[in-house]
Design a binder for this molecule. Sequence first.
Ligand code: PRX
Length: 681
Amino acid sequence: MAENHHSNIFPPAESVKNEAYVKSMEQYSEMYQKSISDPEGFWSKIAEQFYWESGTTGKFLDYNFDVRNGPIYIKWMEGAKTNLCYNAVDRHVANNLGDRVAFYWEGNSLDDDGQITFNELKERVCKFANVLKSLGVVKGDRVAIYMPMIIDITVAMLACARLGIIHSIVFGGFSVESLSERLIGAQCSVLVTADGVWRGTKLLNLKDIVDNAVLKCEAAGHTVEHVIVCRHLLPSDEVVVGEGEEEPRPAVRPCRQLRIKWHAPRDKWWHELVEGASAECPPVWLDAEDPLFMLYTSGSTGKPKGVLHTQAGYMLYSSTTFKYDFDYHPDDIFWCTADVGWITGHTYVTYGPLLNAATSVMFEGVPTYPDPGRFWRIVEKYKVSKFYTAPTAIRSLMGFGDEHVVKYNRDSLKVIATVGEPINPEAWLWYYNVVGNKKCTVVDTFWQTETGGHVISPLPGATPTKPGSATFPFFGVVPVILNEDGTEVQGDGEGYIVFKQPWPGIMRTVYGNQQRFETTYFKKFPGYYTTGDGGRRDKDGYIWVTGRIDDMVNVSAHLLSTAEIESALVEHKAVTEAAVVSHPHRIKGECTYCFVTLKQGFTFTADLLHELRAQVRTKIGPFASPDFIQEAPGLPKTRSGKIMRRVLRKIAVGDKDIGDVSTMADETVVDKLFQLRPADA
Ligand code: PRX
């Protein structure tokens, strides 16, 4: 992608530009300069839109980004008291927006949908917050959420936020092992889940995964005291036979195959708990720097890190990036297809839109069910104007042909955005030409779990875009490109992408591990926050993110740690050593390619291959299942015993030009590895 920086430039779409908050690059530059030279002036103006129980008592911004000067810390608006849930829900009800739809919910099946207004959301959040209170959960406690894409997941999040409870959401595709590891890591005594969910034609028994994860916690000495189960699939009597009807209605959400086990008194039905709960629940006024949520993300050493975000900064940043990067206006219908279990869902399904009183679509299903036109059918159904998805979805849908797109009316679309991985120009152009009908602005947003919101992104009414470039920094963000030796690259050039000063949405620490926070993000280049990504700046100042430069692989916009997959593989009885590298993939962007060395007495059979894949699925989750696994009688290593991943990456793609191997202990292993490559790699 970096080579493509001479490609065409696309001006912002006229329809967007006419109504945009920021209409030109001059206006952007002016606002940007102010945001970095006077962060207090810039963000305090934005803060005026929100409700504060009391104002900042300390400095507006206080931080240390340089490990040489002591511990790293970042504080925005210290001492100010607010509540994010109040600002995302109650504030709009108080402003007479209570009847506005907060979410249109679209189920997995075509005939399954629903909606919720801000009034109803407030009532449901208050009731659920009262339930949490009644279970004895208080400010600072951690509650885990393992749920599908249903409105209840946002209710659970907001109820936590209302009380200052730190939510830790675990994506519904994680396995028993991963879920239990996260429950233990955050010491969660309450877990909120659902009975099950359909994803396309696949039925997921979430409750069963939860039961096993809780057992694993028990074995490790951690007790999950309450499991709150939202009834999503299992029918209630009222649902199955309607009033005045004799025959049960055909179930919208068939669940005959779903069987769940019940462990009283630990397990509790959500609907039974909220039945008697009061719809009044005063918000707890929290300090600007009190924690809001933690969210685990893969770490290059293998163990996931609990990224911690706090109240005021995240509120300012999620709402402001939402407003400007999608150029949100009150008549928009916004749709972010991401799962709430990832940061994109936290910031752009729940918090960003709700803080702006936006109406969004929330989708439970998958892009290809019942057919590859599903996304565009939904766009037509709800007249979506701002649409946000991942390049992997675009590449996959592109493969099914334009006819699935053009048969639906997409005139409502104005901004079509992407997130999660570099977008290749071919996919960008298809998105622009076919989905957007050449009249939308494509917004490629670069950011991370750690950054809380977009850090590099075009403004849809101002920025001329180049396919594959995330373009320019958001307000308050100062990106720098560094050489290996830590010097700043000026002008045109390539290197490490780092940030020089904090913006309000940056993570505050790794939950329970400040040391790891400093080592991962601030040690390599003192004075900067290191993203772990490489990139280049072209002669026009556009930034092109080229991908991870650490041992992480971005598979379908999900970040995976090669070390974590390696440790899953070596836990199999047949494996003595494993090395995992990234391999390009037409749809997923990247995929994992695993080299495994077997113990004596084991042979590399189809059955073993199957077991190894299953091993990774069980340890991490189905989405981490490796695409390629090959036998490696030996691995290329340096004389000091370090695995030469650079060489493995070449072997994975069949490139014989492996470069300098003068430090390799035994060069003969390379030929053998080339011979053993699977035919389809
Ligand atoms: O490598 C970058 C890639 O995704 C990583 C962050 O992953 P995660 O924390 O899971 O958050 C994903 C959603 C924000 C980054 O370090 N990445 C994300 N967006 C882009 C991207 N790479 C290139 N272009 C993007 N727009």
